[in-house]
Design a protein around this ligand. Structure first.
Ligand SMILES: Nc1ncnc2c1ncn2[C@@H]1O[C@H](COP(=O)(O)OP(=O)(O)O)[C@@H](O)[C@H]1O
Ligand SMILES: [Mg+2]
Length: 378
């Protein structure tokens, strides 16, 4: 930045329409407390369950308490010539926009739908503002478990056998869907919505009756669902950081309190444990780290991601299960804890992600958007 005294304006977005609204508030609380006030001017934007944006210096508290009367409705425009956050003010029967602040970097601390799936990233691209984390394609591919597995397969990255079905197929041809599912592998089978998180709509099905119920449950959440071979698995997670030069942390392991890492085991049962580092043979540790980097590169990830794997307890095979492009980010979450274990503190991690966002924008600025003869500009 030109003037070293000039603080970087960072807009932190949190809350949102997604089912992971509350997790987002927890992540944002940690991030806001880590942003160095000497270096950054922080603009808090809380997004309600309905999707309305609010600005306020205490927006996080206000959203937490469900009382936004101290905050002002705000927005970001898709027009790149109108940089930054605008307040929406009511004057008589009109709503007027007034410019609040330019923005150098947006940190979307939004997990799941509308936050981690490329939609907000699309808006940020349109606005031509730097932002933390993956772009549109990597976010969308990382979110959609079906397309993600297609990409993994194309890159020879091991994933468990799966099939995708649509809501329409489940509703109109259930017996056919069941027969095809039973061809994937013997029970147990896992059923999950293609685009969701926090284990919502995920079921472990031990027999045909449970599969029937699992299918009907999953289609409540998404138009497309997956049926997968169920693995008796250890759950291994690796944190990734970087843009062009990508680094992988040591692996961690989750010991879920339930039969699998269900919604309840994730957020309500404090018997779920994180092991850092995961107790793995050195060779397997190296392999898990290399798989994480290959996965991140295969989807063209940027900034950060947590790559979650399933280690088959019986065969010792390691499969990539999913990638989270905006992983849980509280101080006690796996993503920052894995970096902490290799010497990158939480505030350093946040600084690094902001630098990576600026680097990514600078890289993008090199692109030409119209044909130009090579000799021009020389
Ligand atoms: N094929 C599978 N075999 C064994 N366990 C699985 C499988 N798929 C999912 N799980 C279990 O379900 C949990 C949630 O599934 P996951 O695919 O990670 O969805 P989410 O995006 O909701 O976290 C995993 O952490 C794991 O415990
Ligand atoms: Mg998961």
């Amino acid at each position: 930045m030109g003037n070293p005294k000039q603080k970087l304006k960072v807009a932190v977005l949190f809350g949102g329409v997604s089912g992971e609204h509350e997790i987002s508030l927890l992540s944002a609380r940690s991030i806001l407390s880590a942003l160095d006030a000497e270096r950054y001017e922080v603009i808090q934007i809380g997004i309600t369950h309905e999707g309305q944006w609010y600005f306020g210096n205490n927006a996080l508290e206000a959203l937490n308490e469900g009382d936004l009367s101290s905050c002002t409705p705000a927005t970001l425009l898709a027009d790149p010539t109108r940089n930054g956050i605008y307040l929406i003010k009511k004057e008589q029967s009109d709503e007027l926009l007034s410019h609040l602040s330019a923005v150098d970097v947006v940190f979307p601390v939004l997990h799941g739908t509308f936050g981690e799936d490329g939609t907000i990233q699309g808006l940020l691209e349109m606005a031509n503002v730097a932002y933390v984390g993956s772009g549109v394609v990597a976010s969308a591919v990382g979110m959609d478990k079906g397309i993600f597995k297609d990409v993994m397969k194309a890159h020879q990255i091991p994933v468990v056998d799966w099939m995708v079905f649509t809501r329409q197929e489940v509703e109109s041809r259930l017996e056919e869907v069941i027969a095809k599912s039973e061809n994937i592998a013997p029970y147990p089978l896992f059923v999950k919505p293609a685009n969701l998180g926090s284990s919502v709509g995920v079921s472990k099905c031990h027999d045909r009756q449970e599969l029937r119920l699992g299918l009907k449950d999953a289609i409540r959440y998404d138009r497309r669902i997956l049926v997968e071979r169920g693995i008796n698995a250890r759950e291994i997670e690796v944190s990734v950081l970087g843009n062009e030069d990508v680094d992988a942390s040591i692996p961690g392991e989750i010991i879920p309190a339930d039969e699998f890492y269900s919604y309840n085991a994730k957020y309500h049962d404090d018997r779920s444990q994180l092991l850092i580092p995961a107790p793995l043979e050195p060779q397997l540790t190296d392999y898990a780290r290399s798989l994480a980097i290959r996965t991140f590169k295969a989807i063209d990830g940027a900034g950060m991601a947590r790559v979650d794997m399933l280690l088959d307890k019986e065969s010792g095979e390691l499969f990539v299960n999913e990638i989270n492009t905006i992983p849980g980010f509280t101080r006690i979450s796996m993503y920052p804890k894995l970096w902490n274990a290799v010497g990158i503190s939480y505030p350093e991690l946040v600084d690094r992600l902001i630098e990576l966002a600026l680097a990514r924008k600078a890289e993008k600025a090199k692109n030409l958007y119209r044909y130009q003869r090579e000799s021009q500009g020389k």
